[in-house]
Design a protein around this ligand. Structure first.
Ligand code: NAD
Length: 354
């Protein structure tokens, strides 16, 4: 039995496979562009230089100072460099931070974007941009923000450190879990969500055992794409609200915060979304929150907010913010309920629904 729904497909062109980095030049030309502006973080500057060499005259300039949470000052510096080199498109190589910078430029000048995604964050297939200015993170959605072309080359992810791979993979799973109980969920996004969770649940333990396992890397990147599409297609709820609040108000790291909170938000919402979560819960022995926690333990993922340097005194403030302007959520968002959830996540104990 299927309820009524609205489904809108998303327009990204996706190129997936080992060695697909070689197709960047052809994709620039396919967009009728000639002068690409290349982006990365300083950590991936060598990979970006190698890509620039490969692109030859198609590479007009580069910028290697992308930073977490897309500071507006960094975007302004990058835009000045973009204009100075006469670029006509963006090529972003990296995770959510680099992709965020490309999106921030495109939001302002509508430049076409080619993104080579090297983490599992999922930002490359969304029309969402979060940016920070004066200590405040705000989010905008706009069709100009969604990259036109996404390249997934699993060979580029074999060097993603295991800890980052695990946290990023759980970050992706969080999009899918929330997508299952989203108020605007539809049969297509729910299928993508379940398949995304399945792929990551299978791949992440294999990556922990052997980070160079290309088959596992490929499966994880495939899962992250599906989870990213879910994030870009339906509304997110309590989990993303809490992570957004903890990231913005307490400056916690993005992927690790998602990884720690996911078992707890899933456990909190499970009693109110039994049917929607059933296909995911079935993969975890019927107990989604507990099963996700056990997976995090097995993967060596961060388990406790206190280990991210959070002060316990901040939990009351975060609970206040979460109750104020809550996102839609299957279960009532009460201050006591959220404080209990946050306290369990702070201590890193196995989650309960209470
Ligand atoms: P990140 O992009 O900050 O990457 C973390 C570090 O890993 C960086 O130094 C990066 O250069 C490095 N790295 C990335 N890929 C690598 C690889 N394959 N090998 C070696 N090193 C690699 O981390 P992230 O978690 O991908 O992104 C977090 C940011 O993305 C946050 O600002 C978050 O808000 C944003 N985000 C946005 C959306 C959206 O839809 N707007 C979705 C998810 C995340």
């Amino acid at each position: 039995m299927t309820n009524d729904f609205i489904y809108q497909s998303t327009p990204s062109r996706v190129i997936f496979g080992d060695g697909t980095l070689a197709q960047v030049g052809a994709e620039i030309e396919r967009l009728s562009c000639k002068r690409a502006f290349l982006l990365s973080t300083s950590f991936q500057a060598a990979d970006l230089a190698a890509l620039a060499d490969r692109l030859g005259s198609l590479a007009a300039g580069n910028f290697t100072d992308a930073a977490m949470h897309t500071p507006v000052a960094v975007t302004q510096a990058a835009m000045a460099a973009y204009d100075a080199c006469g670029a006509d498109c963006i090529v972003a190589l990296g995770g959510g931070s680099t992709i965020g910078l490309g999106k921030a430029i495109a939001y302002r000048n509508d430049a076409p974007q080619i993104v080579i995604a090297t983490t599992y964050a999922g930002s490359e297939v969304t029309d969402i941009l979060g940016q920070t200015e004066n200590g405040t993170k705000t989010t905008v959605r706009d069709p100009k923000i969604r990259p036109e072309v996404v390249i997934y080359d699993p060979t580029l992810t074999t060097g993603l450190p295991v800890a980052m791979s695990v946290a990023s993979g759980l970050n992706a799973m969080a999009h899918a879990v929330e997508g299952l109980y989203a108020p605007d969920a539809n049969p297509v996004t729910s299928l993508l969500a379940v398949e995304g969770i399945r792929a990551l649940k299978t791949a992440l333990p294999l990556i922990v055992s052997d980070p160079k396992d290309l088959t596992a890397r490929s499966q994880a990147l495939y899962g992250s794409w599906l989870c990213g599409v879910v994030l870009g297609s339906v509304a997110m709820s309590l989990h993303h609200k809490l992570c957004h609040t903890l990231g913005g108000a307490c400056d916690l790291p993005h992927a690790e915060t998602h990884a720690i909170l996911l078992p707890h938000t899933a456990a909190y919402n499970a009693p109110a979304a039994v049917q929607a979560l059933e296909p995911a819960a079935a993969m975890f022995g019927g107990d989604l929150g507990g099963g996700l926690y056990d997976l995090a333990v097995k993967l060596g993922a961060p388990l406790a907010l206190k280990n991210l340097g959070l002060d316990q005194g901040a939990l009351e403030h975060v609970a206040d913010l979460a109750v104020k302007d809550p996102y839609s959520n299957p279960r009532d968002v009460t201050r006591d309920g959220i404080l209990g959830l946050l306290t369990r996540a702070y201590d890193g104990v196995r989650p309960t629904a209470s």
